[in-house]
Design a protein around this ligand. Structure first.
Ligand SMILES: [Zn+2]
Length: 119
């Protein structure tokens, strides 16, 4: 339950290590392997989801809304993009299906790695 709460209450995509640190504050005896095992069980049940950025690190989120996620191809930095019409657009396209989450995978270069001559 602590693992689920740590993921659900976060508005960010968190790594196993970050979730482990959050849970450990309330349950000092817990090990990272236990946290990982619980995350995978929750993911299999569809309560949370995970994905890997180009840095190959798995991150978890418990969002119940639509997410547009930007990944920098150079440094692997991941950032949620604010897209107001995304939920409406996806739900309209789904035509009556029940949607649990959607993810728009946006890849490119963050401002630090964008060539200066572009735009
Ligand atoms: Zn970058």
């Amino acid at each position: 339950m602590l693992v689920l709460r740590a993921v659900k209450t976060s508005r960010e995509f968190r790594t196993v290590e970050e979730i482990f640190q959050a849970v450990k504050r309330q349950l000092p005896a817990i090990g990272i392997a236990t946290v990982y095992r619980n995350l995978e069980v929750l993911r299999e049940r569809g309560e949370i989801f995970s994905f890997e950025g180009s840095d190959r690190i798995k991150r978890y989120a418990g969002f119940v809304f639509h997410a547009a996620v930007f990944t920098c191809q150079k440094c692997g930095k991941i950032e949620a993009l604010a897209m107001k019409k995304l939920a409406e657009t996806v739900e309209r396209a789904a035509k009556g299906k029940t949607v649990f989450f959607s993810r728009l995978d946006v890849r490119g270069l963050c401002p630090d790695h964008s060539p200066r001559f572009q735009r």
